[in-house]
Design a protein around this ligand. Structure first.
Ligand SMILES: *Cc1c(COP(=O)(O)O)cnc(C)c1O
Length: 386
């Protein structure tokens, strides 16, 4: 079990997100050193967690930003990320959002359709600018992850498909206000099987060869994010194996001289540093099922309700107790999917015990909602408790 300061936690109104900054710093240090070995460039996907304090540490570690909305671009700029280090993807960028990217001359618009290329060109022309674009390509590689977080299959809405490439080249020839600078891929999230990334590399090599055969050599290849974490063995495995991850791309991606390789990691950067801390409101003993009813729910952490995802659940008040019981650990929201885990083995649990839901640093707080007119849970940082 992680080292939580129970005495300090008891004084804080629950539910709240707790962030372990030393783990985040350690993770960032390893990402930086392992990617530097291969001269790889890493962007952080803001959508995983966009808290200012988290972003500040990410920026200090020297990562760029990966954004999927105009407001994320504005946030990255506001927090001091260099605009030439900001990538902007998204299947439905509005004109307003594209104009934000143009205003700041961002590193690349990762463009997801033919029509978007034309729109970016028109908007850039109006501002007398040249937009840097990368083609987000749908490589039809199976990420072997939950189907809601698979993005690189033909049936998914993301990216430009290979059979559209000829037409893309025609459009690029006619558009004088966009410059093709990269090829971009992002096939899904929570990918733990490195073979999937090997398949991606091989597919990228083929696609790159096609472009080279048309005399197009882009400045950069962006292989996206998606590297998964160990939700089960959180304390044994708090930092994903970034050495193996980057080495795999060094081994299998065919990079041309002068070409840069970019990554966009989200979950693997921030998931493990965050926990959702909640209080048990009630224990309800049923005939078959005991319920532990928490004061946190899907409004704070929607991943279990949305993707049936697993999060490790710990009773930190009764840590070390010998007794054990099975509980369905549920939230207070009026939805039956508002359940963090079924038949979870916990020590005998009582009203007011504190419960930690682990690995909640990514796609937790940032996805929270006010459904049922709930208050927003606060964020608490380890350095504030010293
Ligand atoms: C969500 C997203 C990422 C980050 O994904 P993780 O699984 O959190 O690493 C990277 N790039 C794009 C385009 C995304 O949409």
């Amino acid at each position: 079990m992680a080292q939580f300061d129970l005495q300090k936690f008891k004084e804080i109104e629950t539910p709240f997100f707790y962030y372990d900054e030393s783990l985040l710093k350690e993770t960032l240090k390893i990402i930086k050193s392992e990617s530097d070995k291969h001269q790889f460039h890493v962007h952080y996907a803001l959508k995983a967690n966009a808290n200012n304090r988290i972003l500040e540490l990410v920026k200090q570690a020297g990562l760029g930003a990966d954004c999927v909305s105009g407001n994320e671009v504005l946030k990255a700029v506001e927090l001091g990320f260099e605009s030439n280090n900001i990538a902007f993807a998204g299947v439905g960028k509005s004109d307003k959002e594209i104009n934000i990217g143009l205003d700041y001359d961002i590193f690349s618009f990762n463009c997801e359709s033919l029509q978007e290329l034309i729109v970016i060109n028109e908007l850039a022309e109006k501002r007398d600018k040249t937009a840097r674009v990368a083609l987000r390509i749908n490589p039809n590689v199976n990420a072997k992850t939950h189907h809601y977080i698979t993005t690189g299959l033909e049936e998914n809405k993301f990216g430009i498909n290979p059979w559209e490439f000829e037409e893309v080249l025609k459009v690029l020839e006619e558009c004088n206000h966009i410059k093709l600078v990269g090829l971009h891929f992002h096939i899904g999230s929570q990918i733990t099987d490195l073979d999937v990334f090997k398949s991606l590399c091989l597919r990228v090599n083929e696609i790159q060869e096609w472009f080279i055969s048309k005399q197009i050599l882009v400045e950069h290849i962006n292989v996206g994010g998606g590297f998964g974490i160990d939700y089960e063995n959180v304390d044994e495995n708090p930092i994903a194996d970034f050495a193996a991850f980057f080495q795999l791309f060094a081994d299998f991606l065919e990079v041309k001289p002068s070409q840069q390789v970019h990554f966009e990691l989200g979950r693997a950067v921030v998931a493990q540093c965050g926990s959702l801390i909640s209080r048990v409101l009630y224990i309800k003993n049923g005939q078959k099922t005991n319920f532990a009813i928490l004061d946190a729910g899907m409004t704070e952490l929607i991943r279990p309700a949305l993707y049936q995802s697993y999060h490790k659940i710990e009773n930190i008040t009764q840590a070390g107790a010998q007794s054990s019981e099975k509980y369905d650990v549920v939230g207070p929201i009026c939805e039956s999917s508002d359940c963090f885990g079924k038949a979870v083995v916990l020590p005998l649990t009582k009203r007011n015990d504190l419960i930690a839901i682990r690995s909640a640093g990514a796609y937790g707080e940032v996805m929270s909602s006010a459904y049922n007119l709930r208050d927003k849970a606060i964020a608490v940082y380890s350095s504030d408790l010293k």
